[in-house]
Design a protein around this ligand. Structure first.
Ligand SMILES: Nc1ncnc2c1ncn2[C@@H]1O[C@H](COP(=O)(O)OP(=O)(O)OP(=O)(O)O)[C@@H](O)[C@H]1O
Length: 359
């Protein structure tokens, strides 16, 4: 297992990149702790696969270094990096049995037969395949084959890291949850450094201790699910995490107040003067409809989603969603909304402003 350090790393698929826009990965410096369970989350084209391929050695970065522990592996081939990989689609030897597929990485390294038997048994149990260990992989469903790929990715205990690239794409929805839980349990048991690429926030938040959110070739936040929820460092994180995402409203910031046109909203802290394109961000969970004081809201729609209701409205020309607990009365006189001051985040040019730190 290893700590992974990305130093000054950047990548362009062009031979002579001219501007930052030519870089699929903009310059970054990040440390991934030894034994951490990370999810790499972001929308299509933000650079997740590029970053994963640089860590695995499938791609050489056009700039910067990759370190595993204290060893510089930037120029090392994938095979030399001692990692396991699980891809989006199954990579399985059809003519081999399930057992032989799972044993393959261990036999390749000359492990002891008794150890292989025990370890394969343990993995087979995790993926629910003990009963079909001696069946040929040919003829199994894509779902089952992907479980074998997952199992094979997890079978070695001595790898530096396990990299997963959207591994549950072909898995049946109700099996997804189960496998994710098992992966997490295996992580707890064996403590491998794991990096799990996904564009699905539920997958990322349930699997990872730390979620790495990427946007437009940058890591915009590396944090716990709670940090991503409470203090998104970039408006993209606010919008991308949560269902619905964070409400963002253009506002002028003066000290401990935000001004939305002629409406004043109290903030939970003093921000001094904030320059640039300024916005306030408030999660729908921390917005409340009232029939008293507050910002005037025009309600467009109310959606009942079981555990709660989502009220979709408009405040000062911006879309604002409010989450109301199940059973809460939403009367026709509820034409105002209030934001919990301590839960409001302030953004300047899309980046979060730390309270008290503004110029
Ligand atoms: N081989 C390549 N040659 C040129 N450009 C590429 C290549 N691979 C990726 N790109 C570009 O680099 C950027 C990042 O792509 P990447 O595949 O890393 O994103 P991603 O977040 O993994 O997306 P997805 O979820 O769709 O796989 C995109 O703009 C993509 O078009």
């Amino acid at each position: 297992m290893a700590r992974i350090t990305l130093k000054n790393l950047a990548h362009s698929y062009y031979p002579a990149p001219k501007s930052e826009a030519d870089f699929a990965l903009k310059e970054m410096d990040h440390v991934w702790d030894d034994g951490g369970a990370y999810a790499l989350l972001g929308s299509s084209g933000c650079g997740k696969t590029t970053l994963l391929n640089i860590i695995s050695g499938l791609l050489r970065p056009s700039q910067g270094r990759v370190l595993f522990g204290d060893t510089d592996v930037t120029d090392a081939e994938t095979a030399q990096r001692n990692i396991a990989q699980v891809f989006q689609f199954p990579v399985v030897y059809d003519t081999m049995t399930v057992r032989d597929n799972l044993s393959f990485p261990l036999r390749n390294r000359g492990m002891d037969a008794a150890y292989i038997k025990a370890r394969v048994g343990q993995i087979a149990q995790m993926i629910g395949m003990e009963a079909i260990l001696d069946r040929k992989a040919r003829g199994l469903t894509a779902d089952a084959k992907q479980k074998i790929s997952l199992g094979r990715g997890m079978v070695r205990e001595d790898v530096n890291a396990i990299l997963f690239d959207e591994p549950l794409t072909v898995i049946d929805p109700h099996m997804k949850w189960e496998l994710r839980t098992q992966l997490k349990q295996l992580h707890r048991e064996f403590g491998h450094t794991m990096i799990y690429v996904t564009h699905d926030q539920t997958e990322a938040l349930t699997f990872a201790d730390k979620v790495v959110v990427m946007y437009d070739g940058r890591v915009v936040q590396m944090g716990t699910p709670e940090e991503l929820f409470e203090t998104p460092q970039h408006t993209f994180v606010g919008y991308f995490i949560g269902s619905p995402g964070m409400n963002l409203l253009p506002a002028q910031i003066h000290g401990d107040h935000a001004h939305l046109g002629d409406i004043t909203v109290p903030l939970g802290a003093d921000y001094g003067h904030v320059h640039g394109k300024t916005q306030i961000g408030i999660r729908p969970e921390y917005a409340t409809l009232t029939n008293g004081a507050g910002l005037p809201i025009t309600i467009k729609r109310i959606e009942d989603v079981g555990r709660h209701r989502i009220i979709r409205g408009e405040v000062a020309g911006a879309t604002v969603n409010v989450i109301a607990p199940e059973g809460a009365e939403i009367g026709a006189d509820m034409t105002r909304v209030t934001f919990e001051p301590s839960r409001i985040n302030v953004y300047a040019d899309d980046w979060r402003v730390a309270p008290g730190k503004a110029a």
